[in-house]
Design a binder for this molecule. Sequence first.
Ligand code: GLC
Ligand code: GLC
Length: 808
Amino acid sequence: MRYGYFDDKNKEYIINTPATPLPWINYLGNKDFFGLISNTLGGYSFYRDARLQRLTRFRYNNVPADTGGRYYYLKEKNKPAWNPGYLPCKTPLDKYTCRHGLGYTIIESEKEDLISKLTCFVPLDDNCEVHRLDLSNRSDEPKTIQLFSFIEWCLWDAVDDSQNFQRNLNIAEVEVEDNTIYHKTEYRERRNHYAFFGVNRPIAGFDTDRNEFLGQFRGFDDPIAVEKGASTNSISHGWYPIGSHQIDLTLAAGESTHIVFILGYGQNPVDDKWSGKNIIRKTSARFILEKYRSIESVESEFDRLKEYWNQLLASYQLESSHEKIDRMVNIWNQYQCMVTFNLSRSASYFESGTGRGMGFRDSCQDLLGFVHLVPERARERILDIASIQFEDGSTYHQYQPLTKLGNHAVGSGFNDDPLWLIACTTAYIKETGDHGILEEMLPFDNTPGTEQSLFEHLRRSINYTIHHRGPHGLPLIGRADWNDCLNLNCFSTEPGESFQTTSNYDSQVAESVFIAGMAVKYGKEYAELCQRFGDPKEAGEILNFVKDTEQAIYDSAWDGEWFLRAYDAHGNKIGSSQCEEGKIFIEPQGMSVMAGVGLNNGYAKTALDSVYDKLVNDFGIELVTPPYTEYRKELGEITSYPPGYKENGSVFCHNNPWVSIAEAMIGRGNRAFDLYRRISPAYVEEFSDLHMTEPYVYSQTIGGRGGHSLGQAKNSWLTGTAAWSFVNISQAILGIQPDYDGLRIDPCLPDELKQYKIKRIYRGCTYLIDVENHNRGFIEITVDGQKIDGTLIPVSKEKNTRHVTVRL
Ligand code: GLC
Ligand code: GLC
């Protein structure tokens, strides 16, 4: 069953009922100001950091779910109030559609001939959310309407906000001036920022105190102020500050009007933050409010936002006549890559936004899908990430987006982390040609005076792996590798203890075959950097290490039909046919083959066949099978999950593209595409009732066969699946691969894809690529009518446009 449909022309997903199985959300904002917005107008807004600078409150674990957001109440005399997004009043609507577009959401609804259209977006360069409300009276009679707006302020630090009540209930402060409600809690002391909620027309009243607005025993669904049709002009002193305006309007028969609400963030220099005794200096708010007074600015900023996205997405556009592939490649997959780049795993409905900062490995991988979109921001991100590395090459596992400092609470010791830095740096250079980035000087652990070149940072990354190997010559796993839940040195027995950071058994024995695969893959990539931009002798040394590691995999990590997963702290095998549970894991198969391991001795093919036989279900590839049925302290958090969930045997989508890419590497296009399609949102739209999460974005997990939720997805949006799926479809399957000296074209296609066209903007030149697949077993490429040898189209400085034909 579906709950809506794709409108590819407008790059929107149109939801036609508020009653989706879960809130189906969208992200507003690109740089500093962000909002999460659901199809019933739930969600929250923040400036830069979802924990530290939260503007509006969100209630995790609330019932009903997704309560609290941007609410507008529309009330005609003697009729029940209703909301454009259905919630919170739940008054049945005559019509409802929600269009989630790129950086905006529009909800159109109708009740008894009153038509409402609410457009929400964050403009490109202003720190605010614009809520444009269009109202039309379609009846033959005039309508007298009362409109109430509503948002609830969060007291900035979202963690304190949800626990430190003895303080919180005393500190709230607001100001009201010229129709605008200013939230200034803690501004009197150490903050120099404030939030505001304004509207571009006269108001009949306002409320800033939640108790006054809602009334005793009432919820968001029946505020007393709305029922009575009268705001109380309350000023919040402590308790729960909100922002609500009352606007009284009369619309003649057939008349329309538009009202613009602005939810914004302002800040001042620390020493110039007051305009009078305890009165905030409101310059930045006024600037924004003034600008969006006029509907023309709202319209032009909205158009600019759309144009911005059109231009961004233009760097990779596909026409394949398979609408599902096209819409994922051209619109939604790239869009999700941008969102994961911006927010890593921090702010979502499922990752609370109050805990984790930006993950080191997550951010490095997110870059792989983002780098072609805004390379300058990718560059900046690489430099930020590298600056939290330690001198020995290891790194903090996370950092806070606001301070860009490493997160001490989690620390380091995830031994895959350093290698991901090589992955994103080489992807960046291949896209842009900017190898100058290698000479950028960056500190370790953000400590001034420790600066070394990025090249040196990468050298330390690979050397960290070289110097941390175990008894079989395979890399030591440390706290965990990509699989955060394979905690082989933790042995945790205390409830509540962190599985990752409580290492009480640092064995120096537990080894990861996954990191071995990574070491081969990214070792080769590092060696190529040395060859091209550094010291060829070093390249040779690294290649020797790569060879040794590959050999160690053959000698000690081949189980007969697949690659082992690891050795535990006692030297026992994990992921072997000899194990009772957890016989085969996905990660070492995908990563090893992507690294080129086993291509010459048949292991690659055998391992991938085993994956297909044992791990694939209708909805993707499971992480491990059979899943663990008992907690085993020597394996860690993975065995804490019930079978079929999360790392313990769900389809953990992030690693599915690795296997698909690996299939493409051994030339099996049908398989590669089959695996691509199983988890692709556009292909699972048909059974949204089972899948439950949004059909326009990837989710982190899908229930596996071992559990009770086969096919049910969880934790949509912030997942490395976005980046890796884009790498998979755009590079491995469709075959457009940025390389140091140019664009390489090397598709591996399923039979059903006979021809397609791609427009790819690469290093300033537009490539119009026309591919025909005749299954001939060899490739022929012409560039501007000239046949070329091989698959690489060298960069050309002269041309703006190049016509490429590819015949397979
Ligand atoms: C989560 C983490 C990611 C990790 C994965 C597997 O997605 O963000 O870093 O690799 O889980 O455990
Ligand atoms: C839990 C999750 C894993 C995630 C990790 C982040 O272990 O199972 O997916 O990566 O938390 O800390």
